[in-house]
Each structure stands twice: as structure tokens, then as C-alpha cells.
Design a protein around this ligand. Sequence first.
Ligand code: AQP
Length: 345
Amino acid sequence: MSPDQTPAAGQPDGARPRVFSGIQPSGDLHLGTYLGALRQWVEAQHERDNVFCVVDLHAITVPEDVDPAGLRAKSREVAALYFAAGIDPDDNVVFVQSHVREHAELTWLLNCTTPLGWLYRMTQFKSKSEGRESVSTGLLDYPVLQASDILLYDTDLVPVGEDQVQHIELTRDIATRFNHLFGETFRLPKAVVPKSGARVMGFDDPETKMSKSIARERDRHAVHLLDPESKIKKTIMSAVTDSEREVRFEHASAGVKNLLGILNATTGETYEQLADRFDGKGYGDLKKAVLEAVLETLAPIQARYQELASDPAELDAILARGADRARERAARTLERAQRALGVGA
Ligand code: AQP
């Protein structure tokens, strides 16, 4: 496609639907990131034209939390975990966001066409800024950077957890407004929320989403993908359930629902099958079953990760190739947006 041709909004061009997805290297990846995102990517990877990004520019929106030396290493670790989880680097474009400058550049153009009020309404901004003395402009602008990530690749589908749906809706609004003001430029994407494993909650606090940042403060909050077996065991066996002695399915507490949801997502057993399996059993049995399923899920990922980590030069080469492929596509879209606005060489 030549730079000035715009793909029809929301219309796959007859080929595989285009997908963009990313994870922030803001901490250790956990079971929620795997079940809510990574595993879904792997399952559908060959049916779709995928761009998978390690979104490091998103991970610097809270400067107090940035560890510059650690961030670069964490970006590489997250990328290695994509491959360890099963992403094929030949059939998918995989790269680190800051290696492709077009992301930051399109963000500026979209900043200039996005009303500020839209950003203040984002629930993630409200929750992440709550109680902070100082909030960066980047934290507020985070969804515009996310819109750029998605729109640069003429994305059709964005697989996300439920918590991210509002941002994808905002991306559509940003693209629609730009197209309306400056002519058809961007394709409109849609969010896809996985049926199971959509929201994994903290083991120590099942009312709160399992999250990298909370896990930094609280040892029993999350199971990380690279945790040793002993740590996984401690976390799962101390998971919060309720004060009943037998597994209660009707009006189950948030903690029990979370454990059942993880079992459902890892073993494929339905809630009815799980109700039969744990009928009359105690929470210790339920936790042991979750532990077994989680260990089985993580063992092959950890083994592949160790192989990749033993050859850092090869990992860097794969990421450099991914960035080249991403840049080629992103540059075309950026040029379309620049032309529409009357800027650029
Ligand atoms: N607990 C979760 N359950 C289901 N899905 C989840 N995702 C994250 N946590 C869960 C999904 O993983 C993708 C990547 O998310 P991210 O790491 O870029 O951002 P996040 O949602 O902000 O993740 P965290 O762990 O909460 O990180 P911090 O604490 O750094 O903000 C997304 O599709 C997300 O829905």
C-alpha cells in the first residue's frame, strides 16, 4: 500500500486480521498477565497478523518507580517470556516499543487532536493517580500512547483484559475524531476480551486485580512466571478463601472464585466439573489442585526461558529484526497522519 492510501476503517483487507498487543516491563510478569494476555496471543498467533510489543515507554509514566538500569534488562526478560510462552518470532512481529520512534512521534500528533477531558475520564488514570502527590503528564497521556501503538499498525483487533477495554474504546474515539477532522487516516480497532482467565485476582486480596506493581510490595500477592516452585507453593497455599471448611460453590467468596477461575483457565475444566470434583472437599484440596495446575502450566515456559536467557546475543538479534519490521509498517502510517495534518518532510 502506498503511504497516502488509507485502509478502510475496521475492514480487514481480506488477509488475516491485524492484531496489536503489548505488556509493560514494569515488573515481573505474573499468572494474570499470562492467562489474561500472553496465552491468548499464543493460541491465536497463526490465525492473525500479529504485532507484539514490549511497551517500555508505558513503563516510565511513574518516574518514582523507574530503575533505569533494571528497565532495559526487564524489557529483554519480558520479550524472552513472550518467546518462552510460545510466540513464534518468524510469524509475528515482536519488538521493544522505544526502539521504534514512530510510537512517540504519532503520540504527539494525536495529543494535539485529543480533548483533555477524555483522558481525565479514564478509570485507570483515576486509580493510578489516587493518593499521589505528583502525577506525570505521561500518566494522563498513557492512553494516547496506547492509541498510537494500536493505530500505527492498522490494527483490527486488540486482545486485552477487561480492565483495558475503556482504553480501546478511547483509541476508537481518537481515531474517529482524527479521521473526521483531517480525512480518513486510521483504521478502527476492536477490543477482544478472552472468555476465561479474563481477570486474575491477587492471592492475598481477591478483590484486587493481580498486578505487577502491587506484587512489588506484597510477597503473597502474585505468582510470577519465573518464580521457583517453593515460592509458588507458599503463595497459593496461603491464598485468601473464606472461613467455611468445605468448598462453597453457591455464593462463593471472591477468593474461591479466583481459585476456581484459575483452575478453569489452566485445566479447561468447566465450573460444573469443578463442582463435582470438589464436592465435600476442603480448601486445602482446592489449593493443591491449583498449585499442581499452575506448576504444570509454568514448567515448560520456565525451561524455554532458561534456554533463551543463555544466548543474549541471539535474543538481541531477534528483537532488532522485529524492530526493523515494525518500523517499516509504522513509518507508513505516521507519514499518512503527517500528510493529513500538513507536517513532516
Ligand atoms: N490480573 C490480570 N488478569 C488478567 N489480565 C491481566 N493483565 C494484566 N494483569 C492481569 C493483562 O495483561 C496485559 C498486559 O498488561 P500490562 O502489564 O501492560 O498492564 P497492567 O494491566 O497494568 O498490568 P499490571 O500487572 O497491573 O501492571 P502494573 O502494576 O505495572 O500496572 C493487558 O492486556 C492486561 O489486561
